[in-house]
Design a protein around this ligand. Sequence first.
Ligand SMILES: Nc1ncnc2c1ncn2[C@@H]1O[C@H](COP(=O)(O)OP(=O)(O)O)[C@@H](O)[C@H]1O
Ligand code: SF4
Ligand SMILES: [Mg+2]
Length: 370
Amino acid sequence: MTALLEADGLVKRFPATRSLFGRPTAFVRAVESVSFSVKAGETLALVGESGCGKSTVSRLALRLIEPDAGAIRFEGRDLLALTATELRAFRRKAQLIFQDPYASLNPRMTVGQVLAEPLALHNLVPASARRERVEQILRMVGLEPRVARRYPHEFSGGQRQRIAIARALAVEPKLIICDEPVSALDVSIRSQILNLLRDLQQRLGLAYIFVSHDLAVVKHIADRVAVMNLGQIVETAATDALFAAPRHPYTRALLSAIPVPKPQAKRSRIVLQGELPSALNPPTGCRFHSRCAYVVERCRVEGPALIADSTGHATACHRVAELPPADAVVPHDGGFSPALEKLVAAFSLSTEGPARGGVDIVSASPRAGA
Ligand SMILES: Nc1ncnc2c1ncn2[C@@H]1O[C@H](COP(=O)(O)OP(=O)(O)O)[C@@H](O)[C@H]1O
Ligand code: SF4
Ligand SMILES: [Mg+2]
């Protein structure tokens, strides 16, 4: 199947400091050569620590900001070459949902007005049929039609996210980019919203780019996962394949921080060493090298390419073929094979019980001698 959205070699740098005359003197290298694609009806998750460039990629993919280099195609068309009219049509087909729906909902408009506005703007439904359409959309997201008369502040966080989803759905999009859509919600509400998103996807054939720092959530919802570190994709694979056998040392560290469902199934947590480097001054070569237990000289000078195997599982690591098997690194029962002695020595490990929730990668103090 051809891709709905394709990003190819996206680069984005933001000016960080400027000279007296306003010329940028340093740049945040937020996104560096990022490529991915999403098919119709599919969910691609973008995961990684805060600041790794997930939101920037999302905004680039919707052309809300312009890339410094690279290409984006939607339904085979070059997004960067669209006319203003074509761009408006694209904006209907690709929507964005944020972490904080309150910030994106006009507090002075009723929910009915919020939902009717895009219908009018894109001339989708005749004025006489708008009210009925609004009620229909509200029902789709599990809200009573009568809430159309109320204002955003009258709702809870979970209900507001339902309203934001309803607004995105109003224009009958093909793609929704969900940027941390459940991160601000109570755990009890999260699964309701995730189930709603999944249900809507099945009914409407939507594609999602699902941005999250929380791999437990991603495992639930994504068909494929792209793991980002410091503005680059370091590994991408089908969700099951990635969780069963993560290959990149960074992915392994991320996965080791997911809470284990069974308390007795203790798992060793890989605590990353070294400071989290800054996108202002990223490490040379492999951008993970200052935190990687397997670093060799080549890693410091040469950035690894993202190379896919025959199954489409792609990894950007010079040493991927030499690493110990992943199931040994992320043991299910807390046990370690003797072959892992070196790895255990290189990483600082703790074998505490289930983590609190979400992914929390710990940056310990720099390794002695590193
Ligand atoms: N408008 C901007 N101006 C300057 N720096 C930015 C801007 N937007 C994002 N950044 C920087 O780009 C990097 C990536 O940010 P972001 O895409 O928001 O990451 P994430 O969504 O993964 O947390 C960060 O270092 C962030 O500080
Ligand atoms: S390329 Fe080198 S530093 Fe980067 S992840 Fe692989 S082994 Fe580690
Ligand atoms: Mg973000």
